[in-house]
Design a protein around this ligand. Structure first.
Ligand code: F6R
Length: 611
């Protein structure tokens, strides 16, 4: 597409307090998501209305705010550039030529070039974003055709194709915020004497725990006392609000230098919390009977996800197949949206998503819903889009994951799927499922994680020794270890910028081994499977013979004296959880030792809400 522009961030407004404070606090709460520029607009009652933008961090924007930048309503935004460089001109909010209309936008307007050519040939633009086209379009319909702001907005929406969450203000009536949504996340927050709207509940929970959903192709007119939801024809819709159980106290970094380390450390607690959530005192499973029935009736499970969540799906595949006797197929969300393969007769879809907002996954869910097929979302965020729109939800309950690099969500997803797999297997009368003492085994996993976490200093030293200046590296493994290798390499590359491939150990000699040079780090994952372990060790020797610097991460049962890192033994169904922990720490220390911003790697965002 001719695509453009931005992605996740937030938009808001409110009544009685200083809108600038609320906007800035909200933008700060969402900093973890990744962005490269930011801006706010506030109406001014005593002073003139203010628009302030800045490239870089929220702190830079704060530095540019004068004390006169205050008001009763406003909109703010952090931009993650996809089209048009991260410059002040491309930062949101965008304004119309006259300055009357002010707009922030998440998403991608696919036909912005066509709209520009058809309606705005005589306009001059400050930047390159599609959002600027949208605000000019609204202004044209209002100023040249004499339409009201609402009608002008509606007319623009009828022409705009693509994904968006818009918040629009008209400086001639700057107590009102006009909102519309298609595909991009957006949520209303309700308060006494104020209302707000934002792409993420997290930024609003300091102010309210009362929320209202907006569906695709709906428009909202927001004032401090009123929220009117309507469809694009202008029919007013009634919508119930709900209370969300979000805990602000989870968001602090405490004494940790980076969120990522805190989140790595939280994983034993996440495992134990999952036991409390999904197992009864007597060890039986506490999983929704409808989900179990849904899977029992299915002839195939399709797991759809992206990135780390996709790797978590692989980590759980063998266990799910073995315990439920149902084939499991993995799908990359960004591919399946366009290239859905021939499905089985009775499919059951599982969407894995930490954020529950990943646009690639959601586009598959939309198709699954159109086909009337059953689905389950396994997510860390209650009330997220994927949770609301799937038939069923299972929550990971890992607490907010703030670091861009996902850690506890990966291990939490696999553990959550373990409860599901066992519950379905037991319902099927599968002996293996009955014999699999998940509560005990997951407790052992928690202990294994703790044992690895107590070796942080040793792991930091290994990293300092092996990876200080390297440009590339390999993780290799077979079976489960191969899946962990894919995740381990993603983690290393995304935060340390070391190019790293996760490779099936046996496949290396079919071409890729030509990349091994003197000193190339090769990190081998070897879990407790005697036959496979011997083969992987053989593959390590092949790379060492060609100059590689090998390190071995080995499970106790097959460990030897000279192995680099030894991981406590766990049940083979769960080894992807315990084996990934050293690789998370390796990535963490590689990034930290290079002096990088571990939590906010360049070019990345936490919730990927564009396709
Ligand atoms: C990597 C990472 C990403 C996400 C991916 C999917 O550390 O975090 O690869 O896993 O963008 O995100 P969710 O799980 O929110 O759907």
């Amino acid at each position: 597409s001719a695509a453009s522009d931005v992605y996740k961030r937030q938009v808001w407004g409110r009544g009685s307090k200083n809108a600038t404070d609320i906007l800035m606090q909200g933008l700060e709460k969402l900093e973890y998501r990744g962005y490269d520029s930011a801006g706010i607009f506030v109406n001014g009652q005593e002073t003139a209305a203010k628009l302030v933008k800045s490239v870089g961090r929220i702190a830079d924007l704060r530095g540019k705010l004068g004390i006169d930048v205050s008001g009763t309503a406003g909109i703010g935004h952090t931009r993650w550039a996809t089209h048009g460089k991260p410059t002040e001109d491309n930062a949101h909010p965008h304004t119309s030529t006259s300055g009357r209309f002010i707009l922030v936008h998440n998403g991608v307007i696919e036909n912005f070039v066509e709209l520009k050519n058809e309606f705005l040939m005589n306009d001059t633009f400050k930047g390159q974003t599609d959002t600027e086209i949208a605000v000019h379009l609204i202004a044209k319909f209002a100023e040249e055709e004499g339409l009201s702001t609402l009608e002008a907005f509606k007319k623009a929406l009828s022409l705009i194709q693509g994904s968006y969450a818009f918040a629009l203000m008209d400086s001639e009536d700057a107590e009102v915020i006009y909102v519309a949504k298609n595909k991009s996340p957006l949520l209303i927050g309700l308060g006494e004497g104020y209302n707000m709207v934002c792409s993420d509940a997290m930024a609003m929970i300091r102010e309210t725990s009362e929320f209202m959903e907006i569906h695709d192709k709906e428009l909202v007119v927001l004032t401090k006392d009123n929220v009117t939801v309507m469809d694009y024809e202008g029919n007013v819709l009634s919508r119930e609000s709900y209370t969300a159980e979000l805990d602000l106290s989870d968001i602090g970094k405490g004494t940790y230098p980076f969120y990522m380390l805190k989140e790595i450390d939280e994983q034993p607690a996440v495992m134990r919390k999952l036991i409390a959530t999904y197992a009864n005192e007597d060890g039986t499973m506490k999983v929704d009977q409808d989900i179990i029935k849904g899977i029992q009736e299915a002839d195939r499970i399709y797991i759809i996800a992206a990135g780390t969540s996709y790797h978590a799906g692989f980590g759980a595949k063998m266990m799910l197949e073995s315990l439920t006797n149902t084939p499991v197929e993995l799908g990359l969300a960004s591919e399946w949206g366009y290239d859905m393969p021939l499905l089985s007769q009775k499919p059951f879809f599982i969407f894995l998503s930490q954020s529950g907002e990943t646009a690639d996954s959601r586009q598959v869910l939309v198709k699954v819903n159109e086909l009337g097929l059953p689905s389950l979302t396994v997510t860390n965020v209650p009330g997220s889009t994927l949770s609301r729109e799937a038939t069923y939800t299972m929550l990971i309950g890992a607490g907010p994951e703030i670091a861009v690099a996902s850690t506890k969500a990966y291990t939490g997803q696999i553990a959550t799927l373990a409860f599901l797999a066992k519950a379905v297997g037991e319902a099927e009368g599968e002996v293996k499922a009955k014999e699999f003492d998940l509560v005990k085994e997951l407790s052992l996993v928690a202990q294994s994680i703790e044992a690895t976490l107590s070796e942080k200093d040793e792991i930091a030293a290994i990293v300092a020794d092996l990876l200080p200046t390297t440009r590339n590296a390999f993780y290799i493994g077979r079976k489960q270890d191969y899946y962990v290798a894919m995740e381990a390499s993603l983690k290393l590359k995304e935060i340390s910028y070391i190019q790293c491939e996760g490779f099936a150990a046996g496949e290396l000699k079919h071409g890729t081994i030509s990349l091994i040079e003197k000193g190339t780090p090769v990190l081998a994952l070897i879990s407790n499977n005697v036959e496979v372990a011997a083969h992987t060790r053989g593959n390590v020797m092949e790379t060492v013979a060609r100059g590689a610097s090998a390190i071995t991460i080995v499970e106790e049962g097959v460990a030897r004296e000279d192995d680099t890192i030894v991981v406590n033994q766990v049940h083979p169904y769960l080894s992807a959880i315990s084996m990934v922990i050293p690789t998370q720490l390796i990535a963490y220390y590689a990034s930290m030792q290079r002096g990088l911003d571990v939590d906010k790697p360049r070019n990345l965002a936490k919730a990927v809400t564009v396709e």
